[in-house]
Design a protein around this ligand. Sequence first.
Ligand SMILES: [Zn+2]
Length: 109
Amino acid sequence: MVTDPVCGMTIEPRRAMAKAEHKGKTYYFCTPKCHQAFTADPQKYTSRTKPRGKSKSASGAREVSANERHRMIAQKAYYRAQLRGFAPGAEVEDWLLAEAEIDKVLEER
Ligand SMILES: [Zn+2]
């Protein structure tokens, strides 16, 4: 298992949706979004500070774990991909839209 340096989620390398090399080290990401964030600013995520996915720690409303949330988004993103016939090139967009929808649902709980 490895840790996604962006969101702090633990993932299996072979199931990672994206990976990137930085200074000879390979990093794995749970989503294309995390990958994008990392490649945009690798320094930010490779510094010694531990990545924390949860910035909204104060609210006890969020009982959904990072892994569960990820699974929900993946499912939604898959439906989106299916709707457009799995045409390549829009994976990140699918993901971002799916993520926004899931977050909305989770907020409304
Ligand atoms: Zn991630």
